[in-house]
Design a protein around this ligand. Structure first.
Ligand SMILES: Nc1ncnc2c1ncn2[C@@H]1O[C@H](COP(=O)(O)OP(=O)(O)OP(=O)(O)O)[C@@H](O)[C@H]1O
Length: 205
């Protein structure tokens, strides 16, 4: 269980959100929504333990993230706003770098799942924006982490890719995982039960 307890986030003299409370349980798919600049990325970074809030705390299994960094990182897969892959490496090399525990057969299966077969040896820098995003997303097919925190994973992904990702999110949730994501596009109705947490534009202090 991931608990957000009275979280207040101030950035650049602006209160992005204050006294935010919610809980994410196993089996939950949660969409953080709000206009540009509302604080969605800031919230995801707090949830991932990558930054600190002005007030409040985030707890995993009852304990503050900061008190259990190693355990938390074993339980988390965080994919940030940028593709977050190494551009001089190929897709296959990236998966080897991030997931050395798997063999090539499993890595090829992950690349097949994101329709990158045929591109596995091409430098990421030479791939299209959507293909670069898919290299990062291939990690989801290899991840054993129960908690997925994904910042705009659907950006630059085509309709077919979005459908496959949605199916993967649902399967992950059905297997007891949790998915927390931001996206500006409406999610297909098939993603159920989808919880939404809305952030509104912040106020100046
Ligand atoms: N480290 C920082 N220092 C100063 N300001 C910041 C910092 N991080 C975020 N901000 C500001 O906080 C606000 C919210 O940013 P954030 O990226 O969280 O929004 P968002 O909801 O994810 O937006 P978008 O939909 O455009 O991706 C922005 O105005 C941004 O400039």
């Amino acid at each position: 269980m991931l608990e957000v307890d009275n979280l207040t986030c101030i950035r650049d003299d602006r209160v992005l959100f204050s006294e935010l409370n919610f809980t994410v349980n196993r089996g939950d798919i949660v969409q953080i929504e709000g206009p540009n600049g509302a604080g969605k990325t800031s919230l995801l970074r707090l949830l991932a333990g990558l930054s600190s809030a002005e007030h409040g705390e985030v707890r995993w299994q009852g304990e503050r993230l900061q008190r259990q960094r190693e355990r938390w990182h074993r339980n988390l897969l965080f994919l940030g706003h940028q593709p977050g892959v190494k551009s001089i490496m190929s897709p296959l090399e990236n998966l080897t770098f991030y997931h050395a525990e798997y063999d090539d057969e499993q890595r090829f299966a992950a690349l097949e799942a994101v329709d990158l077969l045929g591109f596995e040896e091409v430098a990421v820098a030479q791939l299209s924006a959507g293909q670069q995003r898919r290299v990062a997303l291939a990690r989801l097919w290899l991840s054993q982490a129960p908690v997925w925190i994904l910042d705009e994973p659907l950006t630059a992904i085509d309709v077919n890719g979005v459908e496959k990702l949605m199916a993967l999110f649902v399967r992950h949730a059905q297997q007891g995982g949790m998915v927390i994501l931001t996206t500006h596009q409406p999610l297909p109705a098939a993603v159920w039960p989808l919880r939404k947490i809305s952030l509104t534009a912040g106020e100046r202090i």
